[in-house]
Design a protein around this ligand. Structure first.
Ligand code: XIL
Length: 305
């Protein structure tokens, strides 16, 4: 069976992120994507500068292609990412007035969310990588510089107004491996909840290198966020090691614990090791070979389901 068939039995989302629509030109890529997954998300095409490089101008070609593919194959889509750690165009970077920046965020979110929300796009990464890579403080992006730490709450409120029916996530990296950053994210998110900010959950990127999360860490996060009324998802799993046995074990252990803890939304950051189809160039971090053969990691995930 496919991962998608197993996911259907459990009524869970099993997705691939990092889908660049040009990859769909490769028929094998398109076939495996539709066969194995019931969700997709764009790699970079949903980031600000990619489709809204100048004020008031939107190029929807790439995103339309992804959403159309999802529609044709009965998949859902995650919108990634409204505020991301990169890819802000000059017209945004040049804003210095807080009200003007909030207005730009509102226009950008409304354009993106009203075009797709309620159609195929059922959940969004509203803020990606709010925290510094290794933790201790917020990343100093344009939003932080102009609006202060309140930009995160602003972003969620603007997103909720534009997308009342979609789930809204904060997306973060490395929290599964860095205890202090894990606490920092929890403090940030519980503060948002206490302030009544409309957030539905935490999306764990899970770009893993040689070291699996310590057993129990995923479960603890699921439980502590559940106590706040929030969902935890895995959003961008890949395992960056050329040790195939270790990679297989890590994929299996993560998915087994995640499902056991009650996570119902799991996505990988791509699925084929084909050159340049993964952001980790030269690595083989995904579940299928460059020729689309399933690897040990695929069988470990399948068995865990
Ligand atoms: C990565 C893309 O895969 C690369 O092509 C790009 O150069 C940088 O961004 N966390 C995220 C994703 O949320 O948006 C990042 O994607 C990977 C890390």
């Amino acid at each position: 069976t496919s991962l998608r068939e197993e996911a259907a039995k459990k009524d869970i989302i099993i997705g691939s992120g990092a889908i660049n629509p040009t990859y769909l030109d490769d028929p094998q890529f398109a076939a495996v994507l539709a066969l194995q997954f019931n969700s997709l998300s764009p790699e970079n095409e949903g980031k600000w500068s990619f489709f809204n490089p100048t004020e008031g101008y939107y190029n929807w070609n790439s995103l339309d292609r992804l959403v159309d593919f999802a529609e044709d194959h009965n998949m859902v889509v995650k919108g990634h990412g409204l505020i991301s750690s990169c890819c802000n165009p000059d017209y945004v970077l040049n804003i210095t007035d807080p009200a003007a920046l909030r207005a730009a965020m509102t226009a950008h979110f409304e354009a993106f969310m009203l075009r797709y929300d309620g159609k195929r796009v059922n959940r969004w990464d509203v803020v990606t990588e709010a925290l510094k890579t290794n933790g201790s403080g917020l990343n100093t992006n344009i939003f932080y510089n102009v609006l202060g730490s309140g930009y995160i709450a602003d972003a969620f409120r603007i997103a909720r107004a534009a997308g009342p029916d979609a789930k809204l996530f904060i997306n973060e990296n490395l929290v599964e491996s860095l205890p202090s950053k894990r606490q920092e994210l929890y403090d940030l998110v519980s503060g948002l909840v206490a302030d009544g900010v409309p957030i539905d959950g935490v999306a764990l990127q899970m770009h893993i290198t040689e070291v699996a999360p310590i057993p129990g860490v995923i479960t603890d996060m699921v439980n502590s966020y559940r106590a706040l009324g929030l969902e935890v998802t895995i959003a961008e799993l890949d395992v960056h090691t050329l040790n195939a046995t270790l990679q297989t074990d890590i994929y299996g252990a993560v998915i087994e614990e995640a499902l056991h803890a009650g996570i119902t939304d799991i996505s990988f950051w791509g699925f084929t090791d084909k050159h340049a189809y993964t952001w980790l160039l030269g690595a083989k971090p995904l579940m299928f070979t460059e020729c689309y053969e399933p690897k040990g990691a695929f069988y470990a995930v399948h068995n865990a389901m």
